[in-house]
Design a protein around this ligand. Sequence first.
Ligand code: MZP
Length: 498
Amino acid sequence: MAKIDSELSRTFSEYLLLPNLTTREMNSENVSLVTPLVKYKKGREECPIQMNIPMVSAIMQSVSGDRMAIALARSGGLAFIFSSQTIESQCEMLVRAKKYKAGFVSSDSNLKPDDKLSDILKLKEKTGHSTVAITDDGSANGKLLGIVTSRDYRVSRLPSDARISEFMTPISEVVYGQEGITLSEANDIIWDHKINQLPILDDEGRMVAFVFRKDYDRHKENPAEFLDNHKRLMVGAGINTHDYKDRAPALIKAGVDVLCIDSSDGFSEWQKDTLNFIRENYGPDFPIGAGNVVDAEGFRYLAEAGASFIKVGIGGGSICITREQKGIGRGQASALLKVAAERDRYFAETGVYIPLCSDGGIVYDYHMALALAMGADFVMLGRYFARFDESPGRTLSVNGNYVKEYWGEGSERARNWQRYENSGDDGQMLFAEGVDSYVPYAGKLKDNVDTSLAKVSATMVSCGSLTIDEFQKKARLVIVSPTSIVEGGAHDVIRKDS
Ligand code: MZP
């Protein structure tokens, strides 16, 4: 007969946090949301990769493309570019995000010294830009020989077939910056030399980018940015347990910082095979997450197989119908509490701390705080990020409301059969485990993330904590009754805004 676990399967909304003493030095500005991303010997060494905020974006077509990767890393978190696309297009997205440097733009107007004034005028009409890089091969990464701006020629005085080499500002007179300088260093040079644009060159004098004076304010460096050792944004990518032998090496070659195996149910030998492949070929420390699991057994299995972090949650995603279709899963809060208890036991036994990612089911901002209190080191969000400008879905007007499209990886639309075990011999999904939906449009990622994290910090302060680690240790939770949930919202008043 089947074993029955008599503990109820509970969701975040069934819990509340109790306040602890808030001391005078505690205010939201002193809260640190820095959090470990990969396993480490806690107490004996620093975690080698720490995020500045505890948020990652879901490995989904409707959530994590290159724009999401850039916006989220700029805010301090990490996006995992979706894997339900060809290896080539996933690598292209990754490269686009890795190349991004705030305020450093690849030159879109480039010509050769032998080209004519008429070519400059045509290009200006096409791009709307008046600064042209003159390179040996006319490309955006050629050796820079000079630049042309509208100050270098007067159309009424020069014949249209005048060669660019005759009127460009030659490289000997061009002020430029060396690759590797920061945006504020570039800005200082711009101001010191009273120029409007600064070409950035590599050691061989090849064009890398332009920094424009007018862009500086828009792109001021963001202290929370999650950066690699070369000051590039950190970018993650999903892989699956089918084509990982091709996909993972291609992504690693293209510069991925962190991989994550994307499966609905991660307690499987396929996950172990995938982790083995990475460990054998890329060593014990290459950052790779695995999951998803909902209990101690699943956690142990992936921990022993070498996962760098472990994702928790099955069937709690807002677009997910796995529980309805297969009867598999566990309430997100219960899953997290079970797995976190096992993670702590594993740490006590081995000295190795494996960060947990709570994946799916975050509806309100306070759910993020609950997830952290329950032992998650960071949360993965799909619906939340799908609402923003930077997600790949279209923005539409439906019944007078702006919405964005949000579809599950197991929906008929994404048909990500590599994520599920319900595929037939031809690699096709036999039934859907997700739906296609709309979510309310919510504007820019940064504005929303800032507000959500202000709430998380305020919750931590109420619970007498300035770090996530302290919060996990001190948090006290209670289970709420259905009537006390009603009491928690505005009640027994006529709201003016309804
Ligand atoms: P949410 O933030 O929208 O609640 O949940 C996002 C999570 O749902 C993803 O990170 C992933 O684990 C899961 N997901 C993605 N697609 C499906 C599906 O089609 C799904 N069933 O469950």
